[in-house]
Design a protein around this ligand. Structure first.
Ligand code: P70
Length: 458
């Protein structure tokens, strides 16, 4: 029986990557104030910073790009895109945006605001920032198991329904313009949300007449996990599962830069005509006319094609298995990896990797810096740098200190992954000597993108 799952594509175009020395990387990292967002991409060997906008497009997507219609109004690319998104999601109003956060910005501007409360299984960084910027409070309600990185669970991305019910009762349904579910749940490890949880959330919200909005950027990965793990779904196609997921919601925000396999794009989809009209008015002011929304016509064609390709189950099998393969290699060497591995990334548990560093010495930042120094691997901290705060000298840490190694779609081969695993294992062997970090500069919002750091004495 053949066990190897191969990449379900062959490579038509290649891009060189640059090898550097440890000494060179030391200088580069220092010049970037130890913030990997400030390192130039050409100084990175394997870039696992994000799976956002980093996919390799297919020859069919490139062909679709040539067919793009760049008319300002009524472009045929829009109608193709709209048809594909409507067929997939079933939502009535489809509003293109240049990426996911633009859809969030519009949604929170028209429905958020001061005094409002937005629950979610877990808000990712831009979602939380957009909610808070509108004046609303963003509340995370993950299930307790999600915070135990060494415990297996099929659907650790679920929302905690009891806490949701409590929150609604305490806050009052008038203050909750909508509830969100992020599929997959990025902040807790790219973990899927079960169909049962989506359905039960819908039922609970129905009793309060609160709409449900999906953050759908990794919907196909979520649907494939449901097929693999949830009773009753193994015989359904991923497309059928996706239809059912969307059928429980009143709309979605979507970053097409993930599961639509493109480098730019997104959309807001809604069933409520009044809300959609408000969204469109804002769209014209900020993004563009409703038939292109901040994108070129050709981008809409690439999204339409990408949404067809992402539902291909050979692709999803390879996608999910290749992430798991990476995680398994590390687990075999005792590296503390969040289990089970999620859909788009392997997450290292930095608090268990570097137990000598307390949260306020930013163990995730320390580990991410070290992976770059050791082998030019770029990852991202998802911990107290991204989600922690220091107000008047009082430090408030994040619930988890993680380092995420996100796998761009269709970009790296198995040997790139083998190499990255070896680098991580090397760093693991010398973990006791890794220093902590302190922040020397930070902006008021989304500080992780631009903060400056320096190593501390242990
Ligand atoms: C990521 C990026 C973006 C995102 C998301 C969810 C669940 C909305 C958005 C916004 C952000 C990132 C993080 C670290 C480094 C680089 C980028 N997630 N909802 O990689 O969508 O980016 O299109 O505006 O994960 O997870 P968009």
């Amino acid at each position: 029986m053949i066990k190897t799952i191969i990449e379900p594509f062959k490579i038509k175009s290649v891009e060189p990557i640059k090898f550097t020395t440890a000494e060179y990387r030391r200088r580069i990292l220092k010049e970037a104030y130890y913030n990997l967002f400030l390192v130039k991409a050409e100084d990175v060997l394997i870039d696992l910073l994000t799976d956002l906008g980093t996919a390799a497009m297919s020859s069919k997507q490139w062909a679709a790009i040539m067919d793009g219609d760049e008319s300002y109004a009524g472009s045929k690319s829009f109608f193709k895109f709209e048809e594909v998104v409507k067929r997939l999601t079933g939502f009535r109003y489809i509003i293109p945006t240049h990426q996911g956060r633009a859809a969030e910005k519009i949604l929170f501007t028209i429905a958020g605001g001061k005094g409002k409360v937005i629950p979610n299984n877990t808000h990712f960084d831009t979602t939380r920032a957009n909610a808070e910027f509108s004046g609303a409070e963003a509340v995370d309600l993950p299930v307790p198991l999600a915070l135990e990185t060494d415990k297996y669970g099929d659907f650790k991305g679920d929302i905690d329904l009891e806490k949701l019910d409590d929150l609604i009762k305490r806050t009052g349904k008038e203050q909750i313009p909508f509830c969100m579910l992020t599929l997959t749940n990025n902040s807790v490890g790219g973990q899927p949300v079960s169909m049962k949880n989506i359905r039960d959330t819908r039922e609970l919200l129905n009793s309060y007449e609160i709409p449900l909005i999906l953050d759908a950027c990794r919907f196909a990965e979520n649907a494939y996990f449901i097929k693999l793990r949830e009773p009753g779904y193994s015989g359904k196609t991923v497309e059928e599962i996706a239809h059912e997921m969307f059928s429980y919601a009143d709309g979605c925000t979507m970053s097409a830069k993930k599961d639509a396999l493109v480098n730019i794009g997104g959309f807001l989809a809604l069933n409520d005509g009044n809300l959609a009209e408000k969204a469109r008015s804002l769209l014209i002011m900020t993004e563009g006319f409703p038939t292109y929304g901040g994108l070129a016509g050709r981008d809409l064609d690439a999204i339409a094609q990408g949404l067809a390709e992402v539902l291909d189950e050979d692709y999803l099998k390879y996608r999910i298995r290749s992430v798991e393969y990476f995680g398994d290699k590390l687990l075999r060497e005792g590296v503390p990896v969040l289990v089970p591995t999620g859909g788009h990334a392997v997450f290292l548990d930095a608090s268990r990797f570097l137990p000598h560093l307390p949260a306020r010495m930013y163990p995730g930042q320390a580990l991410a810096a070290e992976l770059y120094l050791e082998g030019g691997i770029r990852s991202v901290e998802i911990g107290s740098v991204m989600f922690g705060k220091e107000t008047d000298g009082v430090f408030k840490g994040a619930p988890l200190e993680l380092v995420r190694l996100a796998i761009p779609r269709r970009v790296y081969t198995q040997s790139h992954i083998d190499f990255a695993a070896e680098i991580i294992i090397e760093v693991f062997k010398r973990r006791e000597k890794i220093p902590g970090y302190r922040i020397t500069y930070e902006p008021p919002y989304l500080r992780h993108f631009t903060a400056h750091f320096e190593p501390t004495e242990n």
